[in-house]
Design a binder for this molecule. Structure first.
Ligand code: PEP
Length: 261
């Protein structure tokens, strides 16, 4: 099983579940989920619960991700948590999530600094990109993807790129129930790979992991997983349903096994 045949399923719990609830949820999910060599499953709980879940989690089953990091390693940055502090606790970090970009006004420069900080501290970045509804209506999707990729990946080498996954998350589809169609996702996936080809060449464009995220449910997951060029899913709301999320992991396993045959 090569990294390209594997699927990557990320559950973003957002600002839900306190320490007790998160521990119970992980316990329940562990009981429902079989580890598969074909699927990497990453859980992104709130910062507060990462440390305790890192002691509870079975790393053969799940890896952990931070929902955000700060890019300086240490210093007078009240309220922030650095990639250096998270190193060893998480294996992944979500960077540039649309809620960070739009609610907390993070810029492409912030995402670039965070991508670099993650790599420097042995954490694999999941870089989120995607257009708003207004940008889509103005036909600006490819320009936005271009700017967010060029901005987020500046100074990243092709070797470092192999540690990064790009998540296409159209803002209008996140938490809204408005699914992007497989056609929309394919168009964006092609635009992302074309931009990566331009920056890093053909091999990088073919091998970089591209995920889709935006109102994916246990019923719609298989359709997205079957899209050629889509290597996995970033799931918010539906990742908080233990049975539904483990069904999605099984679907990812079936898709990856069918492709590997
Ligand atoms: C997300 O949090 O990145 C996300 C895609 O959320 P949802 O699945 O709820 O749309």
């Amino acid at each position: 099983m090569t990294a390209q045949n594997k699927k990557l399923i990320v559950g973003n719990w957002k600002m839900n579940l306190n320490m007790h609830e998160a521990s119970l949820f992980l316990h329940k999910l562990s009981g429902l989920t079989k580890p598969h060599r074909t699927v990497d499953v990453v859980l992104a709980p709130t910062m507060l619960t990462l440390q305790s879940l890192s002691l509870q989690v079975n790393y053969r089953q799940f890896k952990l991700a931070a929902q955000n990091i700060y890019w300086r390693d240490q210093g007078a940055f009240t309220g922030e948590v650095s990639a250096r502090q998270l190193s060893g606790v998480v294996q992944y970090a979500i960077i540039g999530h649309s809620e960070r970009r739009h609610i907390f006004h993070e810029s492409d420069k912030d995402t670039r600094n965070k991508v670099q900080a993650a790599i420097r501290n042995n954490i694999s970045p999941i870089l989120c990109v995607g257009e708003t509804a207004a940008e889509r209506a103005m036909n600006e999707t490819n320009d936005i993807l271009h700017d967010q990729l060029v901005g987020g990946l500046a100074n990243i080498t092709s070797e470092e790129l192999s540690q990064i996954a790009i998540a296409y998350e159209p803002v209008w589809a996140i938490g809204t129930g408005n699914n992007a169609t497989p056609h929309d996702v394919t168009q964006a996936e092609k635009a992302i790979r074309s931009q990566i080809r331009h920056l890093y060449g053909k091999t990088a464009a073919e091998t970089v992991r591209v995920l889709y995220g935006g109102s994916v449910t246990k019923d719609s997951a298989a359709e997205y997983l079957a899209i050629p060029g889509i290597d996995g899913l970033l799931i918010g709301g539906a990742s908080l349903d233990a049975q539904g999320f483990s069904d999605i992991i099984e679907k990812a396993h079936k898709t990856a096994s069918a492709v590997a045959k």
